[in-house]
Ligand binder design. Structure first.
Ligand SMILES: NC(=O)c1ccc[n+]([C@@H]2O[C@H](COP(=O)([O-])OP(=O)(O)OC[C@H]3O[C@@H](n4cnc5c(N)ncnc54)[C@H](O)[C@@H]3O)[C@@H](O)[C@H]2O)c1
Length: 328
C-alpha cells in the first residue's frame, strides 16, 4: 500500500510520517512506500521504508495530477494555510484551502473515471467550521456556522468530501481536529498558537504572552492523539460513517486558567510567573467565536481516543518533544 502525505513538513504531517515509518502498516495492511509532499522539502523519517520526498506547491498548475500520479492507496491531505494567515490573506486562503483541495479531488475523480482509481482520503478539518452562538457542549449534529475565512474554507471542503465520496470517486473521511497542544518548535500562523505557547515557553524557562482572558475555554488534544486519529481514520471501515463523512474528534475541554494550573503542578510557580497577560482584541474576538467543548459521540463510538486532562497533554509533550526535561 502506497501512502501519500500532503503537508508532510508540517507539525502533524512530520509526526504522522514518523509513526507510519515505525508501524509499517495501517489496520494490518503493509505500507510499501511513503510519498511526502509539502511547500518545503519534507524530511524522510528514520527507518528503511522506501520514501520519496518532494517540495511542491499544491496550488501550482498540474500539482494535483502529479501528486496522484503513482496512485497512492491512502492520501492524508493536511496542507493548509492556517487560521491567522487565511484571515489576513483572503485570496491566498481560498487558493490553498479550497481551490487546491478541489483540484486534488478532481485529479482523483479523473483517474477514477479513467481506470477506477478510488483511494482512501483523510482530510484534516477544524473546529473553526463552528462559530458562536453555540451550545456548550456542541453536539455532533450541530450545523456548521463558520465565522472565519479558514473555517468557511474547511466547511466547503467537508461538503466536497461528502459529495465526492457519495459518488465513489474516493473513500473520504474528515476529522475536525481539536486545537493541538503542545505544538513543538516554533509557532505557526494559527490564531490559536498561544494555547501551546503558554505551556511550551514557560516549560523551557522562556516568557510567554497570553492574549485572551483566563476564562476562555477550549478543546485540546496532543499531537500524538492527532496522529492516532489520522491513522485510525485511514484504516476505518467507512460504511460505519454513513453520508456524513466528517466527525469531530475527542479532546480535553479546559479553560486557559486550567492550563496554567496544570503548568504550575508540573513546573512550579516560577514557570507560571513567565506568562504575561497582553490582551489582543483581534485574537480574543476570533477565539471568542469558537466552540468551547463538544460531545464527540460518533468518534468515541468508533474508537477515536484523546487524552483526559491537561496534565496528560503536558506529559505527552515532555515524553515526545522534550526528552530529558526536568523542572527548574
Ligand atoms: N494544529 C492544529 O491545532 C490543528 C487544528 C485543527 C486542524 N488542523 C489542520 O491540520 C492540518 C495540519 O496542521 P499542522 O498543525 O501540521 O499545520 P502546519 O502549518 O504545521 O502544516 C501545514 C503544512 O501545509 C503546508 N502547505 C501550506 N500551503 C501549501 C501549499 N500551497 N503547497 C504545499 N504545502 C503547503 C505548509 O508548508 C505546512 O508544512 C492542517 O490542515 C490544519 O488546518 C490543525
Amino acid at each position: 500500500m502506497r501512502v501519500l502525505i500532503i503537508g508532510a513538513a508540517g507539525m502533524i504531517g512530520a509526526k504522522l510520517a514518523r509513526r507510519l515509518a515505525e508501524d509499517r502498516q495501517i489496520a494490518g495492511r503493509p505500507i510499501t512506500a511513503l510519498e511526502l509532499a509539502d511547500l518545503g522539502l519534507p524530511v524522510a523519517p528514520p527507518g528503511d521504508l522506501p520514501c520519496r520526498c518532494r517540495a511542491l506547491d499544491i496550488t501550482a498548475e498540474g500539482a494535483a495530477e502529479d501528486l496522484v500520479s503513482n496512485r497512492p492507496d491512502v492520501i492524508f491531505h493536511l496542507a493548509a494555510m492556517v487560521s491567522g494567515a487565511a484571515e489576513r490573506d483572503f485570496e491566498g486562503g481560498y487558493r490553498v484551502n479550497v481551490d487546491a483541495s478541489r483540484a486534488l479531488f478532481e485529479a482523483i475523480r479523473r483517474a477514477h473515471e479513467a481506470e477506477g482509481y478510488a483511494p482512501r482520503l483523510v482530510f484534516a478539518s477544524s473546529l473553526a467550521v463552528y462559530g458562536a452562538p453555540l451550545p456548550d457542549p456542541v453536539p455532533d449534529d450541530q450545523i456548521r456556522t463558520p465565522r472565519s475565512s479558514y473555517g468557511t474554507q474547511k466547511a466547503i471542503v467537508e461538503l466536497l468530501l461528502d459529495d465526492y465520496s457519495r459518488r465513489g470517486f474516493f473513500d473520504g473521511i474528515g476529522l475536525r481536529l481539536p486545537t493541538i497542544v503542545i505544538r513543538p518548535g516554533a509557532p505557526n500562523a494559527a490564531a490559536s498558537g498561544f494555547f501551546s505557547g503558554i505551556l511550551r515557553e514557560p516549560l523551557a524557562g522562556l516568557p510567554s504572552t497570553l492574549p485572551v482572558s483566563r476564562e476562555v475555554k477550549h478543546w485540546l488534544a496532543s499531537p500524538r492523539a492527532a496522529v492516532g486519529f489520522l491513522v485510525r481514520a485511514a484504516g476505518l471501515d467507512t460504511a460505519q460513517l454513513g453520508p456524513r463523512r466528517t466527525m469531530t474528534m475527542p479532546g480535553v475541554a479546559t479553560t486557559v486558567g486550567g492550563q496554567i494550573e496544570a503548568l504550575g503542578r508540573v513546573a512550579g510557580a516560577e514557570a507560571v510567573a513567565l506568562i504575561e497577560e497582553v490582551p489582543d482584541p483581534q485574537i480574543a474576538a476570533m477565539i471568542g467565536s469558537w466552540p468551547r467543548a463538544f460531545s464527540p459521540d460518533r468518534a468515541t463510538a468508533l474508537g477515536f481516543e484523546a487524552e483526559g486532562s491537561v496534565d496528560e497533554l503536558i506529559a505527552v509533550y515532555l515524553e515526545d518533544d522534550a526528552p530529558g526535561w526536568t523542572a527548574r
